[in-house]
Design a protein around this ligand. Structure first.
Ligand code: FAD
Ligand code: SF4
Ligand code: SF4
Length: 466
């Protein structure tokens, strides 16, 4: 067994210096070397009760993969991870590890937890760089049950992968022109290079999954029409419908939802020289919201060349919901945090473009239903922030297009599809999972839901799970 590393701190992750990266879209975190990955993995104590595994929504056998990584057997480490996760290179980068696996790590009691995500990322990248073995050849024969998947985000992809591995003929229908869901249109290149997502989708296609793009369920065809052709339909259509604040000035030019702004930048590569996608290159941008989406939008606006980018959030730094690492990176890059501020109006110039945002000052009152202290306006205290670009990142909900055209498919009041913990819905043969059911959540939870629903589909089709 490799020697144990009792350093209380994680091996630092090499990153691009803030002054360089604030103006480019290349990946910020550069990844470990093999020595750093092995040394980090050697910090694991191989706890018998494996508390970290409890914190991982897909229950990766974390000490087992870390043990192999500590011995520099990265192929073996990858094998262990891929038994439970179909997107390790993605999750190693974007999982909120600090609230999941690493939150339970016993090394975190007297120091920093083991950098589980960092080693996971290394193992996945190592495997890709050293020639992954060809995917298991397609096993779906002529009589294979046909299953349709709506949406190609992490929920749809993991459902499709699990079904294909178990002998189903799977077709994924995606509304956009490129598959990947939020992984391609939302999370920016500098946090998750799109090449990685393309690689994962390529592996699924090798398994025999067919991906049809520009196919909008609920418009091009209905779920009922799919059920005439397919034995089951999985809905993983996400929660991409943006919310706005309903304040005066939101219709001005230069005001975007975060989803639209990020889609133009990431999916349609608006930042590239010669790209046909129109995008405003902001001089002063204001991003409203405090989650990961707000951080991504702010950091994209900066990389488009903005002189000043502010995040306006109505609570304090303590309540900011974004990942600590992302907030730290944003601060290092020079993003200004205007905390305890809430926009009440956007003022425009004579050409109809946004010019400034009027913000009310807030203070924290008693805790609300979420347990967080409720922000309340300080009477008569306002400030005006100049902004030619205003990006709303205050949440999203599922698009009603699909549910509105599917009679008998039960939904929540806020639009989410009702599904039990196995992914079964109120309609026979229709399953659902991911953000379409839970509202905006995480990649790994969506993946877990897709996999669970695939198991329910296989059970209902009378097939065992391999
Ligand atoms: P999605 O990824 O939204 O995929 C749904 C797909 O369905 C989309 O491709 C959509 O085009 C398609 N679709 C929708 N309607 C139809 C239709 N009618 N017909 C056909 N196709 C349809 N999570 C993390 O864990 N870590 C992060 O760092 C993180 N950062 C984020 C940053 C941003 C900017 C955003 C927006 C989200 C972030 N998340 C993050 C959340 C995470 O990405 C989502 O929880 C996850 O992608 C949900 O997966 P999903 O498969 O349910 O839906
Ligand atoms: Fe941790 Fe996410 Fe990997 Fe699970 S998938 S071990 S939660 S980084
Ligand atoms: Fe290793 Fe931490 Fe898990 Fe223990 S809790 S097995 S130290 S990763």
């Amino acid at each position: 067994m490799a020697g144990r590393n009792m350093d209380p701190k994680k091996n630092p992750m090499p990153v691009q210096p803030p002054q360089e990266r604030r103006r480019n879209f290349s990946e910020v975190a550069l990844g470990y070397t093999s020595e750093q990955a092995a040394s980090e993995a050697a910090r694991c104590l191989r706890c018998k009760n494996k508390p970290c595994v409890e914190g991982c929504p897909v229950r990766i056998d974390i000490p087992a993969f870390l043990e192999r990584a500590a011995q520099q057997d990265f192929s073996g480490a990858y094998e262990v991870i891929s038994q439970s996760s179909s997107l390790p290179a993605v999750c190693g980068r974007v999982c909120p590890q600090e609230t999941q696996c690493e939150a339970r790590c016993v090394r975190g009691i007297k120091g920093e937890p083991v950098g589980i995500g960092r080693v996971e990322r290394f193992a996945a990248d190592w495997r890709a760089a050293h020639g992954a073995e060809a995917a298991v050849p397609a096993v779906a024969g002529e009589k294979a049950p046909r299953v349709a998947v709506i949406g190609s985000g992490p929920a749809g992809l993991s459902c499709a992968g699990e079904l294909a591995k178990n002998g189903c003929a799977v077709t994924v229908y995606e509304a956009l022109h490129t598959p990947g869901g939020v992984l391609v249109y939302g999370i920016p290149e500098f946090r998750l290079p799109k090449e990685i997502v393309r690689r994962e989708i390529g592996a699924l296609e090798e398994l025999g999954v067919t991906v049809v793009t520009n196919a909008v369920a609920g418009r091009s065809f209905t779920i009922d029409e799919l059920l005439e052709e397919y034995r089951a339909v999985f809905v993983g259509s996400g929660a991409g419908l943006p919310r706005f604040m309903g304040i005066p000035g939101e219709n001005l030019k230069g005001v975007y939802s975060a989803n639209e702004f990020l889609t133009r930048v990431n999916l349609m590569k608006a930042y590239e020289e010669g790209s046909p996608t129109p995008i405003q290159r902001p001089r002063r941008a204001v991003v409203v919201g405090g989650g990961n989406v707000a951080m991504d939008a702010a950091r994209c606006a900066l990389r488009l060349g903005a002189e000043e980018v502010s995040v306006v959030y109505r609570r304090s730094m303590e309540e900011l919901p974004a990942r600590a690492e992302e907030v730290e990176h944003a601060q290092e890059e020079g993003i200004v945090f205007r905390l305890l501020r809430n926009p009440v109006e956007i003022f425009g110039d004579q050409d109809g473009w946004a010019a400034s945002v009027k913000c009310a000052r807030m203070e924290l009152g008693e805790p609300d239903a979420s347990g967080r202290r409720r922000p309340v306006e300080v009477p008569g205290a306002f400030e005006e922030v100049p902004a030619d670009c205003v990006i709303m990142a205050i949440g999203t909900s599922p698009n009603p297009l699909l549910t509105g055209t599917t009679p008998g498919l039960e939904t929540q009041r806020w639009g989410g599809i009702v599904a039990d913990e196995t992914g079964r819905t109120s309609r026979k043969g229709v399953y659902a999972g991911g953000d379409a059911v839970t509202g905006a959540a995480t990649v790994i939870l969506a993946m877990g839901a897709g996999k669970t629903a695939a198991q329910a589909i296989l059970e209902d089709l009378g097939r065992g799970v391999l």
